[in-house]
Write a protein that binds this ligand. Structure first.
Ligand code: AMP
Length: 272
């Protein structure tokens, strides 16, 4: 990958990157489309990054199907797939990490200590290894997108960021590699996540601005399902991820919940 990246640089060709953990779905492929007109060569990385998983999380059982991923990426017009082994990315003496200090604290950060330091570090490494000049990320992982945006600004990285809307199944469930873990009953329950966010959006559109009231609307919908265990429901300002009593700037309602043993996240924009 380093050789390819050097060749592209010499030939003055711009590389666009989609970082992924594989087991691809249409949400990932929508990011490939986002690269159109933003680069000369399209690349995707497939790397289940061990440093962003905590103890007891699903690192070892994270779904993988590289043969299928390669086919999907080729069909989607991706020119290069970078699919390293953990030992290529983390040498035994590895000890340097990136921390986006404030944005990594709330939301998922408070339940997954070390997660975003693993994410920021691997994304910077992928930027450096591929030499990409553009990279696309999904708003499905909203806090991750905010953290990467901050890192690029703070460290003056020469990478243009693109952010893609959340792709959903027909019942609203946000596409995720982890949806494959769900049993049929859990899959039915899981649709409550996006439904609850839509209910909050409807109330917001009718004029409700109190975050407590809107968070409660989401909660009321989720607790109707015994199979759902809520980790957090929060409405925060989009740029700073801070909580306010009332929505006055562009904000985001975010959920993390366990459906059985599967942890899913979703979010929606609430923009005055
Ligand atoms: P992952 O393989 O889960 O690390 O995701 C790789 C990239 O795809 C990240 O930028 C995600 O935000 C994005 N992504 C995952 N699911 C979706 C989705 N349903 N819609 C849009 N982007 C997504």
């Amino acid at each position: 990958m380093l050789d390819v990246s050097a060749e592209l640089r010499d030939a003055n060709l711009k590389l666009g990157l989609i970082p992924t953990m594989g087991f691809l779905h249409d949400g990932h492929l929508s990011l490939v489309k986002l690269l159109d007109g933003n680069c000369d060569v399209k690349a995707a990385s497939i790397f289940v990054n061990p440093t962003q998983f905590g103890k007891g999380e699903d690192y070892s059982r994270y779904p993988r199907n590289e043969a299928q991923d390669f086919q999907m990426l080729e069909r989607a017009g991706v020119d290069i797939v970078f699919s390293p082994e953990p030992a290529d990315i983390y040498k035994p003496e590895f000890q340097t990490f990136v921390e986006v200090e404030e944005l990594q604290k709330p939301l998922c950060g408070s339940f997954r200590p070390g997660h975003f330091r693993g994410v920021a570090t691997v994304v910077l490494k992928l930027f450096n290894i591929t030499g990409c000049s553009t990279a696309a990320f999904g708003l499905k992982d909203f806090q991750q997108a905010a953290i990467i945006h901050r890192m690029v600004e703070d460290l003056n990285l020469p990478v243009k960021l693109l952010f893609g809307e959340i792709l959903r199944e027909s019942d609203g469930l946000a596409m995720s590699s982890r949806n494959v873990y769900l049993s049929p009953e859990e899959r039915a329950d899981a649709s409550a996540l996006s439904r609850s966010l839509k209910l909050a959006e409807t109330a917001f559109d009718k004029g409700e601005r109190r975050t407590g009231v809107l968070e409660n609307i989401i909660k009321e919908e989720l607790i109707r399902h015994v199979g759902i265990s809520i980790q957090y429901i929060e409405i925060v300002e989009s740029e700073t991820l801070t909580k306010k009593d009332r929505i006055e700037r562009s904000s985001r309602a975010l959920i993390a919940a366990f459906i059985g043993k599967t942890r899913l996240i979703d979010n929606i924009e609430l923009k005055p």
